[in-house]
Design a protein around this ligand. Structure first.
Ligand SMILES: Nc1ncnc2c1ncn2[C@@H]1O[C@H](COP(=O)(O)OP(=O)(O)OP(=O)(O)O)[C@@H](O)[C@H]1O
Ligand SMILES: [Mg+2]
Length: 366
């Protein structure tokens, strides 16, 4: 077990700077998930912690000690990748024990560790099989077993589930979470599946273009996104955004969409925004309600597509400023072309400064 710190960590490949000063403290035993779009530097950050890439600036510490210049095998870190890279000519037990054999661990101790990891991962009955005789989920479990037998200070996972089908992914993510609850090994996990991040992480780190946009618990990020990027990235389906201006009259604030309609907002959401300031209004699909068909509200998008999900119905609708998604907790009868008079819970909305993307509710605090 260990703490991990990145302190202004930088990485450039030639003139291309891919990490522009990343600072992050991971607590002992914590499960931290890095999310962000392709190319934002997630794998590079993991690889630098593992010692597979050299930082070009800043520091990286494990248990408070800088690991810059320390060889990968001295760092006591185990990494699990998207491609399991099992040795095809070795059995499950031999694959899992390979690193112990390299480290010349006594056979009795190695066997004991392999057996304990196999029990933990439900692989006891498969120890004599070869990788080609295993399902994708079983192979992924062997890859994890190979990391677990080493009893490392830190586990790194780089999109370990992205080769699995959707159902297996859901099952494996629960297994990894349960495993972490048992072992409590400090873990850093990369994914670009935000549902995986929300369901597994103690804290999520949202990265974008080589910087950290925000760090917080899953619900912190969901409830209090610091900026437009995080608001759009966390939550599925994604938050709806409307472009417009803020209107202030004495104590009353309103949002005036470029599409013409007006929506009420709270003084808290508007923060210190000025009259006429260009803003983006954000509301999650699940925070919108129907007023009822007799309503005369002026915000009534027109249904374009209906997606019945069973437990909820997703409605894609057109409004004068663009498109939006509404999540209705039920079935209801909606047809393309229907007008949908909507009400929005003003306490759940967010306003962002158009120019900086900052959430105006918190912009005074940064
Ligand atoms: N060895 C390398 N040489 C040059 N550029 C590299 C090298 N490795 C990575 N990069 C670049 O660094 C950037 C970050 O790559 P990285 O693999 O960390 O992204 P990522 O966030 O893991 O993306 P993905 O979600 O697609 O895996 C990318 O622009 C990539 O092209
Ligand atoms: Mg990657």
């Amino acid at each position: 077990m260990a703490t991990v710190s990145f302190e202004g960590t930088r990485k450039a490949f030639g003139a291309h700077e891919v990490l522009k000063g990343v600072s992050l403290d991971v607590a002992d035993g914590e499960f931290v998930i890095l999310v962000g779009p392709s190319g934002c530097g997630k794998s590079t950050l993991l690889r630098m912690l593992a010692g597979l890439e050299q930082a070009t600036g800043g520091d990286i510490r494990i248990d408070g000690k800088s690991v810059i210049g320390i060889a990968p095998k001295e760092r006591d870190i185990a990494m699990v990748f998207q491609t399991y890279a099992l040795y095809p000519h070795m059995t499950v037990a031999e694959n899992m024990g390979f690193s112990l054999r390299l480290a010349k661990a006594p056979k009795a101790e190695a066997d004991q560790r392999i057996s304990a990891a196999a029990t933990l991962l439900n692989l006891d009955t498969l120890l004599d099989r070869y990788p080609k005789q295993l399902s994708g989920g079983q192979r992924q479990r062997v890859a994890m077993g190979r990391a677990i037998v080493r009893d490392p200070k830190v586990f790194l996972f780089d999109e370990p589930l992205s080769n699995l089908d959707a159902k297996l992914r859901v099952q494996m993510r629960a297994e990894i979470k349960a495993l972490h609850q048992r072992l409590r090994t400090t873990s850093i996990y990369v994914t670009h599946d935000q549902v995986e991040a929300m369901t597994m992480a103690d804290r999520i780190v949202v990265m974008n273009g080589g910087i950290i946009e925000q760090v917080g618990t899953p619900l912190d990020l969901y409830d209090s996104p610091a900026n437009l990027f995080v608001a759009g990235f966390i939550g599925s389906p994604s938050m709806n955004f409307f472009d417009g201006k803020l209107e202030r009259q004495d104590a009353i604030v309103m949002f005036r969409a470029n599409g013409g309609f007006a929506l009420p907002i709270t003084v808290e959401a508007a923060g210190s925004a000025r009259e006429g300031q260009a803003v983006v209004y954000g509301v999650r699909p699940e925070h919108i309600d129907f007023t009822g068909s007799d309503s005369s509200g002026d915000f009534a998008p027109v249904v374009s597509v209906v997606e019945p999900m069973g437990s909820e119905t997703l409605i894609l609708a057109d409004h004068p400023g663009g498109k939006m998604t509404v999540s209705y907790r039920g079935r209801g009868v909606f047809n393309p072309g229907d007008r949908l008079p909507l009400t929005i819970d003003a306490s759940r909305i967010h306003l962002f400064d158009r120019a900086s993307g900052r959430n105006l509710r918190y912009s005074g605090q940064h």
